[in-house]
Design a protein. Structure first.
Length: 330
């Protein structure tokens, strides 16, 4: 029981409808915060190169994560037996994927980036079957097929505006989604005992330092020439999207169904597409909208199998995987 819950028990309890309303509002806040993350990255890399901007974002967020860990009385260091796992998370959950996302957003719209990354829970499902040997429902297989076919059609629709660099951007973002999914499965297998705060705090600091150091050597950024917009975007990414989004997500993680909370990954692309289209000044084609909706519905089925909705007596091909909420995105 946390401090807020203790305060509630000492006085008149809140009515149930108010608690549900607060949780609903915070759920919307997380969707909006993570939905705007993609535009923030797009703006940041306008004048700050991708390695440097990814590093700066984490360096801005790290001190507040330390404070949050202290308040929650959670350790910052990984257990001694899990140091190798902590290094893996630092490299393949934070460092490389976030560089790839920043690199990709130089060439791909923020809305399309969010759609590409929303495929991450599907890769979780696939890795669950391959690594954890979890079986899956037939409807989940169908959802994967529908989702990736729709993604292919979206890329075809966007093809008229995409050059070779844009396709490299698409590959980079999908690679980041695959790495996140793999790290999530490895976390379930090797790091389930590690708290979500420990999982994030020190790896973010180390990743920020490593990315920024590499940026200084490789990119040699002229930070003095970076635009005000890029600096505001970096502050937003570090303080609001990373720290603020994490705290709200952590609060919800203890109070909402993991399946319901995981639908954040289906809903935030809607926010990203709308805000990205407004900021970047281009319309959203009908094909893009239609296939985006179909894709997200397909991915939604992978989280909540139709068999469980319509027939509890159905015999599954598998025990559904991916039912737990993913580690917070930063």
């Amino acid at each position: 029981m946390d401090h807020l819950d203790q305060k509630q028990t000492s006085g008149t309890p809140r009515p149930a409808w108010l608690d549900k309303s607060i949780l609903g509002l915070l759920f919307v806040v997380v969707c909006f915060t993570w939905g705007t993350t993609w535009l923030g990255i797009k703006v940041a890399v306008e004048t700050v190169p991708p390695l440097s901007s990814a590093g700066l974002r984490f360096l801005i967020a790290f001190p507040l994560f330390v404070v949050f860990a202290r308040i929650m009385r959670e350790p910052i260091l990984f257990p001694a037996r899990s140091l190798g796992f902590g290094l893996l998370i630092t490299v393949f959950y934070f460092s490389v994927p976030y560089y790839l996302i920043n690199f990709g957003e130089q060439y791909v719209s923020s809305g399309l980036t969010s759609l590409l990354f929303s495929s991450m829970p599907v890769f979780i499902l696939i890795f669950s079957a391959l690594i954890l040997k979890e079986k899956i429902w037939a409807s989940q297989v169908l959802g994967i097929a529908i989702g990736f076919f729709s993604l292919y059609m979206i890329l075809q629709a966007e093809g008229v505006r995409m050059d070779q660099n844009s396709w490299w951007g698409v590959a980079a973002i999908l690679s980041a989604a695959i790495m996140h999914a793999l790290c999530y499965i490895l976390t379930r297998k090797h790091g389930a005992q590690i708290s979500v705060i420990t999982f994030n705090t020190l790896p973010i600091g180390l990743a920020g330092l490593a990315l920024f150091a590499c940026g200084l050597v490789i990119e040699q950024p002229e930070l003095g020439a970076a635009s005000t917009r890029s600096w505001v975007a970096l502050l937003y990414l570090g303080l609001v999207a990373s720290v603020g989004g994490f705290i709200v997500y952590f609060y919800l993680l203890k109070r909402m169904s993991p399946i319901l909370l995981s639908f954040v990954f289906i809903l935030f692309p809607v926010v990203a597409i709308a805000i990205g289209a407004w900021y970047e000044g281009h319309g959203v084609s009908r094909d893009f909208i239609v296939f985006s909706v179909v894709m997200l519905l397909g991915f939604a089925v992978t989280k909540l199998p139709l068999e469980k909705l319509f027939s509890r007596s159905s015999s599954p091909l598998s025990k559904p995987s991916g039912a737990t909420a993913s580690r917070p995105q930063q």
